[in-house]
Ligand binder design. Structure first.
Ligand SMILES: [Zn+2]
Ligand SMILES: [Zn+2]
Length: 73
């Protein structure tokens, strides 16, 4: 058995709604891949059971970090 992020592995799509304007936010990938100031092998955002993704609002472009709970496959 293995713990994987369902979003990274395209098992499940996560819907996230913008707190400001209630529009759909789109997944921009894992936090450390989105922000340049993290090196790729920096484990700072690997919280064990969670994978941290960046979601961006399609309307107001605000950005939120979302903890995606890993599932066991
Ligand atoms: Zn992920
Ligand atoms: Zn918004």
């Amino acid at each position: 058995m293995e713990k994987v992020c369902p979003v990274c592995n395209e098992i499940r799509e996560i819907k996230h709604i913008c707190k400001k304007c209630r529009e759909n936010m789109v997944d921009k990938g894992r936090t450390q891949e989105y922000f340049d100031d993290y090196s790729a092998d920096d484990p700072i955002n690997d919280k064990g059971d969670y994978c941290v993704h960046v979601f961006k609002c399609t309307k107001c472009s605000s950005i939120e970090n979302v903890n995606i709970k890993k599932i066991i496959i």
